[in-house]
Design a protein around this ligand. Sequence first.
Ligand code: XMP
Length: 194
Amino acid sequence: MPAAPSKVIVPKYWRGELERVLIAEHEIQTRVAELARQLQHDYARRELVIVALLNGTVMFLADLVRHLELPLRLDFIGVSSYGKGTTPGRLHVTKELKVDVRGRDVLLIDDILDTGRTLKAVSAKLKRFRPRSLKTCVLLNKQARRVEKIRADYIGFQIEDFFVVGYGLDFAEQYRNLPFIGVLHEKIYLAGNK
Ligand code: XMP
């Protein structure tokens, strides 16, 4: 599902920092409910372990799981690959998995699939625990910058090569609280990359 530019205008408070709203709140909510229906169908009556990557998945995860009527366990892996800028660096694990995923159906959730380095590295890490199955689900897919050969099994929206923030996604830990996905003004991240 490609994200067509939203007709919703940037709320006044954020106008100095955001160029535009890429995906409006109601569009996110509709699509998240659709994704949940698909997951509900595919995992019907199976026990599922959702492993979500911190911190960008917080909103997506919270909205998605509330639609699911499944025996569900939740755990988190903390990874960080960005400093203040928008260029990916080395991947650091900041929180390890606690739930035992051996022999279980696992769904790995991330906010955005960009170069693919994060999802590839974390998938490889999870496979070492020998889950029964491992699938991946991302809210956003930014194909343009893909470096690793990896595709997600469930995708919310296809987006072009913009640096996006909001609905959990950050720039320098800010903007996670926006209920929509917005495109950050270049001047903000160019200043941050210095
Ligand atoms: P990779 O490149 O490893 O990226 O696929 C995955 C992680 O990078 C972050 N990321 C972004 N964060 N706006 C953000 O706020 C973006 O446009 C963006 N692109 C990548 C994100 O944390 C993701 O988990």
